[in-house]
Design a protein around this ligand. Sequence first.
Ligand code: ATP
Length: 245
Amino acid sequence: MIPKSHPRYESLLLRDKIVKASQKGYLADSGMIAHGRGEAFDYLIGEKTTYPAKRAMYVAVAALLLSNNPVISVNGNASALACDEIIDLANEISAKIEINLFYRTDERVRLLTKLYKNRGFDGILGTLDDDIEYIDNIKNNRASASKSGIYSSDTILVPLEDGDRAEILKKSGKNIITIDLNPLSRTSKMSDVSIVDNIVRAIPFMTKIAKDLKDQDKKFLMDMVNEFDNEENLKESLQQIKLKE
Ligand code: ATP
């Protein structure tokens, strides 16, 4: 039990969730390392949502609301940290949720399917009995996707994605939105909208934004998306990193 007075309380709580997910068997070993990398970047931005991250979130929500088939891609880390929040966002923007694992095993897919079903989300995609296709005919796990989900989607929110997979999605012409604390990662650099923030803060914030933007007209949302410059915004995100006290 971590005492609430501990100066690193929030961060330790997240670490505990990651450890538990690993013990339950739905997080790959490398998921722990990925979490550590995220922790370090979060420390450097002061563990709070920065202005460029907020700007990116508004644009991301606008793009998701404009999409014909929006999908939120989930892996072990995202699910360990923000399963309920991801479901709330999906319901708010009428998006599908698809399990997408870099280290895909039947057991992990089965456990994640159960996790979402137990939380009341029945339509989860990417399950063992789903129709799986290969994007651009690239026959490997990084290109596999649910036929009615990511495979046919136009806009995908991919929190904590690996660079190789992000590249495949991008090359296939889809709109890619990422949540990644590392503004220098390949994923952040190749995405259309990169949200440099912790998933635990970003997803609930995006749900709030969705409630605000839902009733706006299409033109307003389109202007938001078109005026956004991801490269410029990433530069601003990088400037938020503090290397001095
Ligand atoms: P790339 O392949 O895109 O260059 P990478 O090799 O760092 O990136 P991974 O280690 O697969 O890719 O991805 C983990 C990424 O997720 C890291 O960039 C890390 O900063 C980020 N990350 C980890 N935990 C969180 C979190 N809670 N919220 C947001 N991002 C996170």
